[in-house]
Write a protein that binds this ligand. Structure first.
Ligand SMILES: C[S@@+](CC[C@H](N)C(=O)[O-])C[C@H]1O[C@@H](n2cnc3c(N)ncnc32)[C@H](O)[C@@H]1O
Length: 437
């Protein structure tokens, strides 16, 4: 009888791919190995094979990479949140740069190496001002919370999160010490999100919480909200399925502008690095002397409000109605009159703009990770002199850039912004210019 177990392979990890998996090569084949980094030697078995590529799962370690250091986080072996807690930050940034470089070379087919300015995060830990936790309440009222384990859907309980802000962690420490007054008749699971609002004083409460439905009727979302609201640091706590309770919260201010948010809408979670990105866009776009800027995938106006504030006409589009309500409120509260934000699907909105012969000097585009393939033909037709593409996925970015390069645009600059130290994530900003404009 043949052995049903797949053969064990001895793999030497020599690089890392966007997505955080280590990469090994053996007999002309590429193996992606989760939870490994360059310099690791592992014994692994293939769990998924697609011909030239395969994914392999580590069974044991022959050698650990000399790059690995003692982790800052006691849960980093187990928790699925961060991939690179053991890796020096400088190395993390080099790897992130390589993701952008290799995507441009492989997918955009740009032969000459591009110069990429990397902007590391000023905070390597304690930078995340919003976290989503899975929680459990025991029949004695004890609350435990945590994340998914690495490469699994199992729960791992934590008492703190290394990348969350100190004020979030102080709240977690208090939660562990106390008990819910209402006891469920069996263990209850639910999820909740904590957002740090750095502009509020300790005495006013500086956290906004959102509670998702628990999986039991013996402890309802309302009971949990009542309990969380009894903590003085909690300014606002809502049930996510009842957004009418949500109130606009001032969460950021920069260069004389205030930024409001609602729980549940997209927001960059590394506030300090978001300031660096806004400043960079300011320096990039203002010298172009734009009269009209189109901001597609604008959220609540995070990237373009600063231009509207300077008197440049901004039109923004975003399909989340709540985000647009906030973008409009951001205009109103900052006394900006001559700009507009619209709730619409970006692709349909662009077709309408072309039909109405609207013209723009600069297009800012910050799509979700799928990129904006369906918008590209329209973007090219708008014929803006400059496009500033902000992306959280180098692979879809490189695909879209290839399309724009074939459509009479050329690259002016490329920069990387690290919003998520200890993880493989990287934001890239590419500025393109219309040739012969
Ligand atoms: C990466 S976020 C950027 C938000 C904003 N620029 C910021 O910095 O906060 C992408 C945004 O695109 C929006 N979005 C996703 N698909 C969309 C579509 N088809 N049309 C319009 N907006 C969309 C999402 O709701 C989200 O707010």
């Amino acid at each position: 009888m043949s052995d049903p177990r797949p053969p064990q392979l001895e793999l030497q990890i020599d690089s890392v791919a966007f997505g955080g998996k280590g990469v090994a090569r053996l007999n002309g084949k590429v193996f992606f190995v989760p939870n490994s980094v360059p310099g690791d030697s592992v014994k692994a078995v293939v769990v998924e094979d697609s011909g030239r590529y395969a994914t392999a799962k580590i069974e044991s370690w022959t050698e650990r990479s000399s790059l690995r250091q003692t982790s800052n986080c006691q849960y980093s072996d187990l928790c699925g949140g961060c991939d690179w807690q053991e890796i020096p930050y400088k190395t993390q940034l080099e790897w992130k740069r390589s993701f952008i470089e290799s995507a441009f070379a492989r997918i955009s087919k740009i032969a000459t190496p591009i110069n990429i300015n990397m902007h590391g995060s000023s905070l390597e830990h304690s930078y995340r001002n919003r976290i989503l936790l899975k929680a459990r309440v025991s029949t004695t009222g004890n609350l435990t919370f945590g994340y998914f384990q690495r490469s699994s859907r199992d729960f791992v309980s934590v008492s703190k999160c290394d990348i969350a802000t100190n004020r979030i962690n102080q709240f977690l420490t208090e939660l562990i010490k106390k008990r819910l007054p209402k006891l469920p008749n069996q263990e209850v699971k639910f999820r909740f999100e904590i957002q740090d609002l750095p502009l509020y004083q300790e005495t006013e409460g500086h956290l906004a919480l959102s509670v998702y439905d628990p999986d039991s009727k013996s402890l309802r979302a309302e009971d949990i909200i009542q309990y969380f609201s009894s903590f003085p640091q909690v300014k606002h706590c809502i049930h996510v399925h009842n957004q009418s309770d949500a109130m606009a919260l001032n969460f950021d201010s920069q260069n004389g502008l205030n930024y409001l948010t609602l729980s549940g809408i997209f927001q960059q979670v590394n506030v300090a690095q978001n300031h660096v990105l806004r400043d960079y866009l300011n320096k990039l776009i203002l010298p172009l002397n734009p009269k009209r800027i189109l901001d597609i995938f604008c959220g609540s106006g995070n990237l373009s409000l600063q231009f509207a504030h300077k008197g440049i006409f901004v039109k923004g589009v975003e399909f989340s109605k709540k985000a647009i309500t906030m973008a409009k409120l951001n205009l109103e509260k900052n006394n900006i009159e001559a700009s507009e934000y619209h709730s619409f699907d970006a692709e349909k909105f662009l077709l309408r703009e072309i039909k109405e012969r609207q013209s723009y000097d600069v297009i800012i585009a910050d799509p979700p990770r799928e990129g904006m393939l369906k918008c590209l033909d329209s973007i090219v037709k708008i014929n803006a002199k400059h496009i500033v593409y902000v992306s959280c996925d180098p692979t879809t970015l490189a695909r879209d850039i290839a399309h724009l390069l074939k459509s009479n645009y050329e690259i002016v600059s490329v920069a990387g912004f690290d919003f998520f130290p200890q993880t493989y994530h990287i934001e890239t900003v590419v500025c393109l210019r219309l040739k012969n404009a």
